[in-house]
Design a protein around this ligand. Structure first.
Ligand code: FAD
Ligand code: FES
Length: 258
């Protein structure tokens, strides 16, 4: 499906993230993404942070020029949307550990929400640079998830990277699966900690995207196309490539180190 719709709601989530909601009645699963564009600007991929019902949503972190302009959209502004694309999280495991770094919570929150609704227990290791940047903390809490916080500057929760919290949880409790999204260096550490305890990990990956249909090769990651083989990957597929946590591709397709 592709449509030009009007922004119906704009919410500032943290100092660097904004959620835009819009009417878009295509069925969607948590983990999937849409391609979005604002008139006169480039099209970029965005995970659906709200997947249920006729009103979808994306949660945008201010990075470069396109995401900054997207964030400044106001209620009533037009936005082009196509999708949803890609695969999604398997919601069936009973004990789920969610490890979120920064804006990674955008894709993890709707998955956790659906899993909680199915009766799974969800523990969230939620990391951010500082307390005001903890994305969707209240949303996780109100769905009945247990939330353990880490901030780089120690302004809330454990001081340091969220991987410390994840490692401690994995060492002391039992989980059937780990879902993670955040910087790839962080996800690599999560994969190492969980794999040492034979807990399967699924990572939500980001790459440069153009077609989102598996045709242009822009989103190549080893032998995979993130747009159709992902964005959610089992960790063993990623660790078998030399790209995971080490290289991405720029807009011309050149492989560049992180
Ligand atoms: C599957 C997936 C899901 C994502 N989900 C989210 C999300 O929920 N929230 C969020 O904030 N970000 C998400 N991203 C990242 C987002 O798509 C952009 O990469 C990010 O916002 C930076 O864009 P920018 O234009 O601000 O950066 P810049 O560095 O300024 O980008 C430079 C140029 O590259 C283009 N560009 C940048 N990234 C991409 C890209 N991935 N594909 C195509 N063109 C690009 C820009 O339009 C611009 O022309 C996701 C990416 C993927 C692949
Ligand atoms: S974006 Fe074109 S192949 Fe994935």
């Amino acid at each position: 499906m592709r449509r030009v719709v009007a922004v119906s709601e704009r919410r500032v989530e943290t100092p660097s993230t904004v959620t835009l909601r819009f009417p878009y009645d295509a069925p969607a699963e948590p983990g999937q993404f849409v391609m979005v564009w604002f008139p006169g600007d480039d099209e970029i991929p965005m995970s659906l942070s709200y997947t249920d019902g006729p009103s979808k949503g994306v949660t945008i972190k201010a990075m470069g020029s396109t995401s900054q302009r997207a964030q400044s959209a106001q209620v009533g502004d037009r936005v082009g949307v196509r999708g949803p694309y890609g695969n999604h999280f398997d919601l069936s495991p009973a004990r789920i550990l969610v490890v979120s770094g920064g804006s990674g919570a955008a894709v993890l929150a709707p998955a956790a929400e659906r899993a909680r609704a199915r009766g799974s227990s969800v523990t969230v290791a939620l990391g951010a640079t500082r307390a005001p940047e903890l994305l969707f903390r209240r949303r996780f809490e109100s769905m009945g998830a247990r939330v353990e916080v880490a901030t780089d500057d120690g302004s809330e929760g454990r001081k340091g990277f969220v991987t410390l919290v994840a490692e401690q949880l994995l060492a002391t409790e039992r989980f059937d699966v780990v879902w993670t999204c955040g910087p790839e260096v962080m996800m690599r550490k999560v994969v190492a900690a969980a794999s040492a305890r034979t807990v399967p990990v699924f990572c939500s990956m980001e790459r440069h995207m153009k077609c989102a249909l598996g045709m242009c090769d822009a989103c190549a990651l080893g032998p995979y196309h993130v747009c159709i083989d992902g964005p959610v990957f089992p960790a063993d597929r990623l660790t078998a490539t030399s790209d995971f946590g080490a290289f991405h591709r720029d807009s011309s397709g050149r492989r560049v180190p992180f």
